[in-house]
Design a protein around this ligand. Sequence first.
Ligand code: KG4
Ligand code: ZN
Length: 338
Amino acid sequence: MSQDVKLLAVDTSCDESCAAVFDVAEWRLMSDAVHSHVDAMARYGGVVPEIASREHVRGLPLAVQEACEKAGVALKDIDWFVVTNRPGLIGALLVGVAYVKALAFALGKPFSVLNHIEAHLFSPLITARDETQKAPPPFPWIALVVSGGHTELFHVKGAQDWKWLGGTLDDAAGEAFDKVGKLLKMPYPAGPLIDRWVREKATDEHRKRHAFPRAKVEGLQFSYSGLKTAVALHLQSVGELDDERKLAVCASAQEAILDPLVDKVRLAMKQYDCRNAVVTGGVACNSRLRAKLPEAYFPAPRHCTDNAAMVAVLGALHSQEGLLQPAPWNVSAQAHMD
Ligand code: KG4
Ligand code: ZN
């Protein structure tokens, strides 16, 4: 593919309908649109997969339209479409893939499918040529992808050269934030609310009041299911809490979620003799994590939570390396072991 290419990227892996337009030659993000389903999910206290699929049917065309308008391009100006097809909620992914496939077919343009986690992994490069943002460190990186669905560590030597090092054995860190919040009857998603409340009101004493468990798991792995149980048992034993006590539970639980993230990033840096770390995914927005891990590079918060700019950047990296393959139009009942 020539470098003079405009990509339209789409992500519908969870509960945000995302679209972005990216100019590969100029390495410039032209637009980035996110239609969140948070309001639709709030009454259920978490993501309901069927509702997410339906919200994508409504929200994705709006996100694509917004991305094109902000970029000042028409759909016919797009040279290549990219969309994440794994991993995620299957019904939600299907909406994005079917939509992009139909657009590409109607416009006679190619489309490619990409990995959502790999897109998070390279999200620091969205700002690589944006002078208003701090530049990301050069490779190699130890990279932590930490969100509502994932807590995974990688060793990244280059755009096509990365290795998974370890991940959570059960819940993801963002899920732990949201479950603690749910136990405290906070709205979904509780992660950003806990972050803000603790930052604005908590003291060191609040952060240390409860010694919630940090799971002792081998090597570069994580486990958060025990924390949720510990918080639930604590709440059962004390009954109704006033705000001051709730704040201490939030502040102490946040420390118990973040400490293993900090420890394991540092352990991986040591094991792999790697000086640079990057942290992405929704939990990378957390202000306390940013303070506890000052040696790591964190992308702008809007590029940490789910977005299509990161998908566009991954597509652009693949296209620069000549690796962006058009996806086939057909389906196959047989496994392709790639
Ligand atoms: O990456 P993301 O938008 O979606 C996926 O899960 O893939 O991440 C959302 C998760 C939620 O669990 C949310 O509570 C958490 O990231 N989150 C935060 C913060 N902002 C988002 N957790 C802690 N502190 C934050 N500031
Ligand atoms: Zn994600």
